[in-house]
Design a protein around this ligand. Structure first.
Ligand SMILES: Cc1cc2nc3c(=O)[nH]c(=O)nc-3n(C[C@H](O)[C@H](O)[C@H](O)COP(=O)(O)OP(=O)(O)OC[C@H]3O[C@@H](n4cnc5c(N)ncnc54)[C@H](O)[C@@H]3O)c2cc1C
Length: 380
């Protein structure tokens, strides 16, 4: 069977990482992307130690690291600015340090490793047919592309996943999220933090080049019209009783750098492999962002998939092996992250106080051990 018959649908973090991983083992896959130009959606990203290790497997870790910023520590505050928990990011990771990076910088590195002719843009998949030699993917513009082996990396709203798993469910988590980048501030912030309070959760993630990525989550109903055009000043007002520099950061953000969207995940599925097709990244296991692991798992998927393909010449068996290796870990993270989100977003004063006390009393070693379990990945 010709090895150039692989198609990857979606040029996000999962799709591009997979194209690189396959190239490293001698498979030139064609990447199909819906957008006319490949533009990263989102603002900043935390890349935990497991992602850095995966990037090392792809031989691109150094290039990514020099565009990101190492985290010294992570601190959890209450809205008054009192420390609930402080964790040294380095000590919780035995393999590598953790990084923050602008999404655009990560995409730039990923794209630079792929031959531009390998990527076909402006093609949105809508339907999938099985053929005698593989698949025909039908596109929104009426065209179609045939392949022997199909890797579906279209993100959380993947239409091809829905063809293979019609009952797959995108779940609304019960809260909505604004993301922004504050640029050129005079604020000197050297740690990531989250602040938990009744009026919402606020995260601060310093990036390279004096930029600060931040996010704010509030409980609400799905696609609440009130929040569609919510302004930065409305957000600043929402967090006015929270400790600084939260309001300063919101005020240092330009309106064009504000992104809004509900937080959702994909309800854990039973299967990722379907004969000569496989689903990876958010299309397979989109998670709520509470553990900062979605993109990390997408990069891990790429490495594990390439390892499976390099060890097993029967592609369908290699895809099954991928599913077996990835199912447990990815679904555990989806479930843990969902639970953590519920805890972090509680608006009940008594439960919030109890939660803060329990987090404060949790032995440092116990917290670090949990982090180590998340960071430890079997890539083989
Ligand atoms: C608020 C928030 C904060 C986050 N923070 C972090 C973090 O700090 N750390 C972390 O590790 N993760 C984080 N994540 C998760 C992370 O963004 C995702 O897990 C990651 O982007 C998944 O990559 P992907 O390539 O699978 O999907 P996507 O990034 O969604 O990429 C899918 C690609 O497929 C294309 N596409 C879609 N439909 C079609 C179609 N029909 N045909 C062709 N192409 C198509 C899209 O245009 C896109 O290019 C966060 C997520 C959110 C929502």
């Amino acid at each position: 069977m010709k090895r150039n018959a692989f198609i990857i649908i979606g040029a996000g973090i999962a799709g591009l990482s997979t194209a690189i991983a396959l190239k490293n083992i001698g498979i030139e896959a064609t990447v199909i992307e819906a957008s006319e130009t490949i533009r990263p959606v989102g603002a900043g990203l935390s890349l935990a130690a497991n992602a850095i290790e995966a990037l090392q497997h792809l031989n691109i870790a150094d290039e990514v690291i020099c565009k990101g910023r190492a985290l010294k520590s992570f601190t959890l505050f209450n809205k008054g600015g009192k420390v609930i928990k402080r964790v040294n990011a380095q000590s919780a990771s035995s393999t590598s340090i953790n990084f923050t990076i602008h999404r655009a910088s990560l995409h730039e590195v990923l794209l630079s490793k792929i031959d531009p002719e390998q990527v076909l843009t402006g093609k949105r998949s809508v339907e999938l047919l099985e053929t005698s030699s593989g698949f025909r993917v039908m596109m929104e513009d009426g065209s179609s592309i045939e392949c022997n082996y199909l890797i579906i990396a279209e993100g959380i709203h993947s239409p091809l996943r829905q063809v293979l798993v019609p009952d797959a469910k995108v779940r609304f988590a019960g809260y909505t999220c604004w993301r922004g980048i504050a640029s050129n501030t005079s604020l000197k912030i050297s740690e990531t933090s989250e602040t938990w309070g009744r009026e919402g959760r606020f995260g601060i993630v310093p990036l390279a080049n004096n930029q600060i990525y931040w996010f704010a989550c509030k409980n609400t109903t799905k696609q609440n019209a009130l929040y569609k055009d919510y302004s930065l000043s409305a957000l600043a007002d929402n967090f006015k009783d929270y400790h600084q520099p939260i309001v300063d950061i919101i005020n240092a953000t330009r309106p064009e750098n504000l992104i809004w969207g509900d937080i959702c995940d994909v309800e854990p599925m039973q299967k990722y492999a379907f004969g000569n097709a496989v689903i990876i990244g958010d299309a397979a296991h989109a998670t709520t962002p509470n553990m900062g692991q979605g993109a990390c798992m997408a990069i891990e998927d790429a490495v594990v998939l390439a390892n499976c393909l390099s060890k097993e010449s029967n592609v369908s068996k290699a895809f099954q092996n991928f599913e077996r290796k990835r199912m447990g870990r990815t679904q555990q993270i989806v479930k843990d992250s969902w639970r953590l989100g519920k805890i972090a977003q509680t608006e009940n004063t008594f439960l919030g106080a109890l939660r803060d006390t329990l987090f404060r009393l949790m032995p440092q070693r116990m917290y670090e051990r949990q982090m180590e379990m998340v960071y430890k990945v079997n890539f083989n």
